[in-house]
Design a protein around this ligand. Structure first.
Ligand SMILES: [Zn+2]
Length: 493
């Protein structure tokens, strides 16, 4: 059997994690010599492994195997061979066609189909290696973020330059105008999109910026001069287009905080209702001066639901099951929380005992320190011996003090919060049923994202956290299951 020896290392790989090409080469040569393998040629690839198709030597090696130059590949580890399923597929195919008979590594040989399956599994190591790479890339992103640099393609209203993003003279003023216009609170996103279009605002592709684009734009913090990445804000170095104040006002309007109180009371459910048939948001109207009706706006023009008007009073009843679904059974909730509380308390007692024991150990070490000092002063040991002992004891002391610093969480506060939440969760349906409009509005706002209606019924509901926990809890009557839910801390209703 003839082999190609193949080694690779991409520019992004950490030198500590992956052996250098030279090292890989030496390993392969030693191994081949010991095993008396016939190696036709050693191939060393050093190009980046980040995108597909840029490992020309790998591809040409496979071609050469096909033409019969060799029928085995020798590598230090399978992760040097297949970076992804496509490459693995190429190898498997060569194997099935009979061109490739063996993949050899110093740790083992892969020559049957079962072996290739094994290789596929070990390919997960290759994925691990890809993940390590992506960690590196992320570290790069992080340092860019810390420097305040925008990470990707510039957002609408900005242009990419080598110095970072700068306001786009053709679009920046539209963005500013959009924020100002929307902050007033009397225009829908759709109308704003239309207005901007009429005034000449276009996307980078020259098209109309639709409602969803406008909405995303209005929520993008980049416009007031910060970067938001994975839940963390970074000050940016680019020029902001709007003030933080204006941005905040727009956010208020977006979540409906800025609507007048009267409007809110008039239409209790307006922010939460969507048509299940066409996906449109439902709207409301007043008839005969006092009856409040909800209906599908039929924004897409082909929905039958929009002829079905539902009166608000009837909706109150239809929403009872929505709150029933997240209303906890008092007895089960109390018992499961008691179990959890016991557990938490004993855990914290254990922690306290451990802390006490650590303090004990520290005192013991201090005694040892003192003792070895006495030995030295009484000339019973040399200065070197004393220094060595002293250093060792001090190191131990630092470790222990470190362990002490890890404070236990405040059990009492945790339990109080959970108790409060439990109380709320066991009475939520009742509160909703008996509360006035203000109470209902508050409950709706805190518990729901939205509900979909069809045929006058609530057919599905998306709950906000932590109410989603309650929904899950109610799926079982297993007290231990409930205890686990308390453990996942559904606090802060
Ligand atoms: Zn509809």
């Amino acid at each position: 059997m003839k082999y190609f020896g193949y080694a690779r290392k991409s520019s992004e790989e950490d030198s500590k994690q992956v052996q250098s090409l030279d090292t890989q080469k030496r390993i392969l040569q030693d191994y081949a010599q010991n095993e008396r393998l016939e190696v036709v040629e050693y191939i060393f690839e050093s190009k980046s492994a980040r995108t597909d198709g840029n490992r020309p030597l790998f591809t040409s090696m496979l071609e050469r195997i096909k033409s019969g130059e060799a029928d085995g590949i020798l590598v230090v580890h399978p992760d040097r061979l297949a970076r992804n399923m496509i490459e693995l597929g190429m190898i498997t195919k060569l194997k099935q066609l009979g061109f490739l008979k063996e993949i050899r590594t110093p740790m083992g040989s892969y020559s049957t189909t079962a072996d290739l399956f094994k290789l596929e599994l070990e390919g997960t190591f290759a994925s691990q290696y890809s993940r390590d790479l992506s960690d590196k890339v992320n570290a790069g992103l992080k340092s860019k973020l810390l420097r305040g640099e925008y990470l990707s393609q510039s957002p609408l209203g900005y242009l990419n330059t080598p110095q970072g993003i700068v306001p786009d003279p053709a679009r920046a003023h539209y963005i500013q105008q959009a924020f100002k216009r929307y902050s007033v609170g009397d225009i829908s996103l759709k109308r704003l999109a239309n207005e901007l279009y009429e005034q000449g605002f276009r996307t980078k592709g020259g098209r109309k910026a639709y409602r969803s684009v406008i909405e995303r734009m209005l929520k993008n913090r980049v416009y007031y001069g910060v970067l938001f990445h994975k839940g963390v804000l970074y000050p940016a170095k680019h020029e902001p287009l709007v003030s933080k104040e204006l941005f905040d006002r727009v956010q208020d309007v977006l979540v409906g905080r800025n609507r007048s109180k009267k409007q809110k009371h008039d239409f209790l459910y307006r922010d939460y209702l969507y048509c299940h048939v066409c996906g449109c948001k439902m709207t409301a109207t007043i008839k005969k001066g006092k009856y409040r009706y909800y209906y599908c706006t039929n924004g897409k023009g082909k929905c039958q639901e929009h002829t079905k008007y539902i009166e608000e009073k009837k909706l109150h009843k239809k929403f009872l099951p929505v709150f029933e679904a997240i209303n906890l059974d008092e007895e089960l909730a109390t018992l499961s929380l008691e179990i959890y509380a016991e557990e938490l308390k004993s855990k914290s007692a254990l922690q306290e005992r451990m802390q006490a024991s650590v303090q004990e150990q520290i005192r013991a070490i201090e005694k040892k320190l003192e003792k070895s000092k006495q030995l030295y002063l009484n000339e019973l040991c040399t200065l070197e011996e004393y220094k060595k002992d002293k250093q060792e004891f001090e190191n131990q002391r630092v470790d222990l003090q470190q362990a002490l610093k890890q404070k236990s969480s405040n059990v009492q506060t945790t339990l109080e919060l959970l108790q409060q939440f439990k109380k709320h969760a066991c009475t939520i349906q009742k509160m909703y049923e008996e509360g006035d409009d203000q109470v209902k509005a508050d409950l709706l706002r805190s518990a729901l994202w939205n509900s979909e209606m069809q045929g006058g019924k609530v057919v599905s509901t998306r709950y906000r956290k932590p109410y989603t926990y309650l929904l899950e809890m109610n799926k079982t009557r297993d007290i231990h299951e409930w205890r686990r839910w308390w453990d996942s801390n559904p606090r802060n209703p």
